[in-house]
Design a protein around this ligand. Structure first.
Ligand SMILES: [Zn+2]
Length: 275
């Protein structure tokens, strides 16, 4: 089974790497009626709320950037295949020059750590938003889950200490690749955009964990969003932008085939695979 999907924007090569998959229960969408969810699933001819965990390789000149690293072994045997996906494209850990985390949730950073908390990507400069860096370093949580997530976030920052760069929205990561501010899921949650030649691409981060539900109805929020209202505003604004600008898109949790474009459909959007 292939775990990769590729596109090119001008001179920039973008490779989506699928680390694994899982399914969500309807309880993860608080504030959305069960019947609303079931109606959307039925219209999409599916009974389950599926999600994938995606990392990305972006190649620009001599730079090879890895974006996110999957959950490693934290979510069981259906995840943790980043290394296999990288091998499929002939890229190995020491080839990574830039490591960019869209945010510091465990399903995006654990794959960049060994089980004992060491850095997997020995030669990479690490990039994270200022806001997420500060949030995970300074918050005092009482919730057990958030405490566990904070521990992994801090382990990640420690493993890449001394070679970490904090970035803001619109900053350049590598040539023709810039950060895209997407606050709400976490305070400093970001995607990235590629603008090369006449074409543009947007990685929309985690604005949709279930594309079937949240593209069809962008009002639907997920419990993992630290600020669900801000995440909803970001989701609506970003989906609007990528549709209006006819951008090629992908994201942290999109299902294979995970590179394509959005079109408006009623009050929501429909995803069309790129050919
Ligand atoms: Zn995520």
């Amino acid at each position: 089974m292939s775990r990769i999907n590729k596109t090119a924007i001008g001179d920039i090569e973008i490779i989506a790497l699928t680390d694994g998959a899982t399914q969500f229960g309807t309880e993860l969408f608080p504030g959305t009626e069960e019947t609303v969810i079931q109606d959307i699933l039925a219209a999409a001819k599916t009974e389950t709320i599926d999600t994938n965990f995606n990392a990305f390789i972006v190649k620009s000149g001599s730079d090879t950037m890895l974006v996110d690293a999957g959950p490693r072994d934290l979510f069981g045997p259906t995840c943790g295949f980043l290394k296999d996906a990288m091998e499929e494209v002939g890229i190995y850990a020491d080839d990574i020059t830039h490591l960019y985390f869209t945010h510091l949730h465990p399903d995006h950073v654990a794959g960049a750590l060994t089980p004992d908390g060491q850095a997997v990507f020995a030669k990479a400069q690490m990039f994270i938003s200022e806001a997420d860096y500060s949030f995970w370093n300074t918050q005092t949580f009482t919730d057990d889950t958030l405490l566990q997530w904070q521990k992994i976030a801090k382990t990640t920052l420690a493993a890449y200490a001394g070679r970490t760069e904090q970035v803001k929205g619109g900053d350049t990561l590598i040539k023709e690749v810039t950060t895209l501010n997407l606050p709400g899921h976490t305070p400093g949650h970001m995607g990235f955009r590629v603008d090369s030649g006449a074409d543009s691409f947007a990685h929309v981060g985690d604005i949709a964990h279930s594309q079937v539900l949240q593209f069809a109805d962008p009002e639907i929020g997920i419990a993992f969003d630290i600020d669900m209202d801000m995440a909803r505003t970001t989701r609506k604004r970003t989906l609007d932008m990528v549709t209006a600008d006819k951008m090629t898109i992908s994201g942290g949790h999109m299902l294979r085939p995970n590179i394509g474009r959005l079109e408006r459909a009623g009050t929501g959007y429909i995803f069309k695979e790129d050919h």
